[in-house]
Design a binder for this molecule. Structure first.
Ligand code: DC
Length: 224
């Protein structure tokens, strides 16, 4: 069974998806982490992130993997733990041009579907921007999570603060707006709501409430 979850930055998607997959005993795919890892590889290898041929050649030469371990998620670049390195503001800013490249998205789709095969007959929870519309357009259950821009900026602020990084809410709100623009406007793999998605506004909801809501929906579809 495939559960696909999309939504904008700060919608609570990643946290909720991780908790949901743990509760379901599912394989978890954080597709954003793959884009982030490719951006990190470009920076490390000094590959021009505007040059699609060069980015694609690099992508095909590296190995990106991820797994859930006790205490969190581990993202690997050629076997090296880059879980922290891909979460910096610098990487966040470097991803959008890469995520807008059609051949990169095509190759990502192939890799993401291959990763999904790990679930076998079990469950997969895949989250990102185009999981419900393209990569797992045939998913059994689809969700679109959203929240008001201010709440999303506040959540990002809290997240960074926990890591000891102090960034003003206004700056984060601007960063989120920039990311929304590039996510929504790009020509391929744009963020949109799939027709058959269950849309959940997480603005006034706590994480557990959202996870419960998704879990119940998945369970009810399982019984069908
Ligand atoms: O979810 P996130 O913030 O970790 O995503 C990082 C970046 O990757 C963000 O700019 C959107 C992009 N992304 C994408 O284009 N398609 C996906 N399926 C997931 C993320």
């Amino acid at each position: 069974m495939i559960v696909a979850i999309d939504g904008p930055a700060g919608s609570g998607k990643s946290t909720v998806s991780r908790l949901l997959s743990a509760r379901l005993g599912a394989v978890y795919l954080d597709s954003g982490a793959m884009y982030r890892t490719l951006a990190l590889a470009c920076m490390e290898e000094k590959v021009d992130t505007e040059n699609e041929d060069a980015v694609l050649a690099l992508f095909k030469s590296i190995d990106i993997d991820q797994k859930i371990v006790e205490g969190g998620q581990v993202v690997l670049l050629n076997g090296r733990d880059v879980s922290e390195a891909i979460r910096t503001l610098e990487i966040t800013a470097a991803v959008p041009p890469i995520a807008a490249m059609p051949r990169i998205r095509e190759q990502m789709r192939v890799c993401q579907r291959a990763f999904g095969e790990k679930a076998g007959d079990g469950m997969l929870v895949a989250e990102g921007r185009d999981m419900t519309t393209i990569v797992f357009a045939d998913a059994d259950v689809k969700f679109y999570l959203d929240a008001s821009p201010m709440v999303r900026a506040q959540r990002r602020h809290n997240e960074l603060k926990q890591k000891g990084v102090e960034v003003g809410i206004e700056e984060l709100a601007r960063e989120i707006e920039r990311r929304d623009n590039s996510d929504i406007r790009r020509e391929v793999g744009a963020l949109k709501i799939a027709e058959d998605s269950v849309v959940i506004d997480t603005t006034g909801l706590g994480i557990d409430q959202v996870v419960d809501r998704l879990y119940e929906e998945v369970q009810s579809r399982r019984g069908r």
